[in-house]
Write a protein that binds this ligand. Structure first.
Ligand code: NDP
Length: 278
């Protein structure tokens, strides 16, 4: 099984992360072994899962079945909201489901500011990183104020912030803050979760035609060209291949600006400031 030529980005932890991976949110446990197995077979080496997704065991099984060495696959999982006050135990449960003794990246899934537990969870993640069982630690869906709290209170800057980000919702101020602090931005829902008219927009299709690429490939290229990590979700082999075939062309500044102009403040996921899911 040959790895695809996907660039690595450096994390503040001193480790690296493949800039493109496969996300498995809403990939059912019954199909996750096959989907992850196919992703690894076609050359992906980065899988983004979470305790919430209910498929950590299948992700781990697919990695084991692939025969790839542990160091060849970058695995991310996340601490679910109800576990913020018991992060150490929840992390071990994730490792047990994955059947791994280490993950490459462990994230706090949502800040849940109304409960005030994220800081305590972050202290636990720092201990986990110190133990070597997570090569890097970070957060997801954190706003500037949430990030500031962790940094001010612990001095430990999250390696990544995984946020909803796509052409219709670009989070520029937050991205700027992350960049200034050396926090790598991971874009979740990079294709706007397939819930918008994005792929039918003539400006985008024109760019796609100019490069002989699909609208989805252009959007993914727009992300990676700006230094973000992406892991589009698909259950289809052809799309896994399509989504990774974005490193042999470059968008011009004018094309990037055309996509930048799609900004509409439209989020498809919850608002992290008020999202209260226990
Ligand atoms: P995406 O933006 O990746 O969109 C997924 C949708 O796009 C699916 O319906 C998929 O359909 C479709 N799709 C995929 N590739 C193509 C293509 N080439 N052309 C047309 N349609 C395509 O949304 P996600 O929400 O899944 O985000 C990606 C990952 O981000 C998740 O899997 C998860 O790992 C992570 N995430 C993290 C969150 C967080 O809170 N931290 C929240 C949500 C997601 P099909 O499968 O049928 O191909």
């Amino acid at each position: 099984m040959t790895a695809l030529p996907i660039p690595n980005l450096s994390l503040s932890s001193g480790t690296t992360i493949p800039q493109l991976g496969a996300g498995v949110y809403l990939v059912k446990p019954g199909e996750a072994v096959d989907v992850v197995g196919t992703a690894l077979e076609v050359g992906y080496r980065h899988i983004d899962t979470a305790s919430l997704y209910g498929n950590e065991a299948e992700v781990g099984a697919a990695i084991a079945k692939s025969g790839l060495a542990r160091d060849e696959v970058f695995v991310t999982t996340k601490l679910w909201n109800t576990d913020q006050s018991r992060a150490a135990e929840a992390f071990q449960e994730s490792l047990d489901r994955l059947a791994l003794d280490r993950v490459d990246l462990y994230l706090i899934h949502w800040p849940q500011p109304m409960y005030g537990e994220a800081l305590g969870a972050w202290r636990s993640l720092i201990d986990i990183a110190d133990s070597g069982r997570a090569s890097a630690i970070g957060v997801s869906n954190f706003e500037i104020s949430d990030l500031r709290q962790l940094i001010d209170e612990t001095g430990v800057v999250p390696a990544v912030n995984q946020i909803e980000l796509h052409p219709l919702h670009q989070r520029r101020e937050l991205v700027e803050f992350c960049t200034e602090h050396g926090i790598v931005v991971e874009a979740w829902g990079p294709l706007a979760q397939g819930k918008s008219d994005l792929f039918e927009r003539e400006e985008l299709l024109e760019i796609a035609r100019a490069h002989g690429k699909s609208a989805a490939q252009v959007v993914l290229r727009w992300h990676v060209q700006q230094g973000r990590v992406v892991f589009p979700k698909t259950v289809r082999r052809a799309r896994l291949i399509e989504n990774a075939d974005i490193f042999d062309f470059a968008l011009t500044d004018g094309e990037l600006a055309t996509i930048d102009a799609f900004e509409a403040g439209t989020n498809f996921g919850p608002d992290p400031r008020t999202f209260d899911k226990r």
